[in-house]
Design a protein around this ligand. Structure first.
Ligand code: C2O
Ligand code: CU
Length: 430
């Protein structure tokens, strides 16, 4: 859990996310940065970032547009950038050793792809990600609808935690096997970082929450607004939903459209006082609030699932307090740890599969499939579209996925220490 010290360190000066206007070709330069993660006046933290900041700059473009990014690796280690959730061309997926060669320190790599779906996405390192993402190598990627819903502010909120010394220095020990065998590398200081510091009472806002933490599942208590959840993992809900208790597993996103009533607070519920992770202050009054009903976003273009031609089981195994398994590392899927020559499954292009994911471990996991969105089955029906599915310990979740994107795609736990210690595999769409 978050420490008392971090509870005392709230009330911090608001960090505001940097933004860039897209000028093609855009450069994302991975490099060492110094960040003020702790409150202003406390120590700074040596991290990694893009173009001088962590989180990296927000990339924002229209649905269907092309993103051209020159990745300049100047961070002192090999890397590659993965565009999380984007139904992308395989060669641009950013998995070093599988979809592209690793980009060496001092080298460049050009990414160029179109973004087929409007929604809230993000980019992050996909090499030693349990360490590089924890050190700060990530940023938001926002794809706007052709006619976005009317709001006064479109606000990205990065949710993360960090494991810091009192001085602000980031604690080392990234590959700690004890962390990996349990819930992962948990931070002791957490924040929700909004891209806007102030709003007016009566403003309509769109909040795009992104959990970029490498291990922590964030429950978020949102207050100061009245509105609806409109999208999960970038994908519009068919019908809007009450906000209620938000829970974001690592890599998951939630979009909310809401009207501001008071300071907008992002709290982490605890047994005592809620832990304030972030706040957007209210200043003044909107003289002409937009008001009116909050309607669903335009439907996603992901096709309804066909009749499944394969029924597969993905059993999560291993970890502390778990039963043994046949894999050769801490975690396994179906008795296999890590990337092997043979994929978990091979699909003909366009084939629909039902995958029953069984969490046979003592820990929760967030299972991410690259290059596709899939339906979580609810009451026997295709329900929410997601790219990362949160599966509690002991829980079984069925998904339906139409594998219509050719290539080699990773399937892994997005608790990145779990991924690193065996909970990853891949599928091939021929
Ligand atoms: Cu967000 Cu394979 O990663
Ligand atoms: Cu996991």
């Amino acid at each position: 859990m978050l420490t008392r010290r971090s509870v005392l360190m709230t009330g911090a000066a608001a960090l505001v996310l940097p933004k860039v206007a897209l000028a093609a070709p855009l450069v994302l330069r991975a490099e060492p940065v110094v960040a003020q993660i702790l409150p202003e006046g406390d120590g700074t933290t040596a991290m990694l970032g893009f173009n001088g900041t962590t989180p990296g700059p927000e990339l924002r473009l229209k649905q269907g547009a092309e993103l051209a990014v020159r990745f300049e690796n100047r961070m002192g280690d090999v890397s590659a950038i993965h565009w999380h959730g984007i139904r992308i061309e395989n060669a641009m997926d950013g998995v070093p050793g599988m979809t592209q060669p690793p980009v060496g320190d001092g080298e460049d790599f050009d990414y160029r792809f179109t973004v087929p779906d409007a929604g809230t996405y993000w980019y992050h390192s996909h090499h030693r990600s349990w360490e590089q993402v924890a050190r700060g190598l990530y940023g938001p990627l926002i794809v706007e609808e052709p006619n976005p819903p009317a709001v006064d502010h479109d606000i990205t909120v990065i949710v993360d935690d960090w494991r810091l010394e009192e001085s602000g220095t980031m604690m080392e020990g990234f590959g700690n096997m004890h962390d990996f065998a349990h819930a992962g590398r948990m931070g002791n200081f957490a924040r929700a970082i909004p891209s806007v510091a102030e709003v007016r009472r009566g403003d309509r806002v769109r909040l795009r929450l992104i959990n970029v933490a490498t291990a922590r599942i964030f429950p978020v208590q949102l207050s100061g607004v009245a509105g609806k959840v409109v999208a999960l993992d970038g994908m519009p809900l068919r019908a809007t939903r009450d906000i209620g208790d938000l829970v974001l597993a690592p890599a998951q996103r939630v979009d909310i459209i809401a009207d501001v009533q008071d300071d907008v607070r992002f709290d982490f519920p605890t047994r005592d006082e809620p832990y304030e992770m972030g706040r957007i202050a209210v200043a003044g009054e909107n003289p002409a609030p937009l008001g009116g009903a909050i309607s669903a976003l335009p439907a996603a273009s992901v096709a309804a699932p066909g009749t499944p031609t394969q029924n597969l089981t993905l059993r999560m195994q291993g970890g502390a307090m778990g039963a043994g398994h046949g894999g050769d590392d801490i975690w396994a899927f179906n008795d296999v740890s890590g990337m092997k020559d043979a994929p978990f499954a091979t699909f003909k292009r366009g084939e629909t599969a039902r995958i029953t994911m069984i969490n046979d471990t003592a820990w929760p996991h967030g299972i991410h499939l690259h290059g596709h969105h899939f339906f979580e089955v609810a009451d026997g029906q295709p329900g929410d579209l997601r790219d990362t599915s949160f599966v509690q310990r002991g829980e079984t979740r069925e998904i339906l996925c139409t594998f219509d994107n050719p290539g080699k795609w990773m399937l892994h736990c997005h608790m990145l220490g779990h991924q690193a210690s065996g909970m990853m595999t891949w599928v091939e769409v021929a």
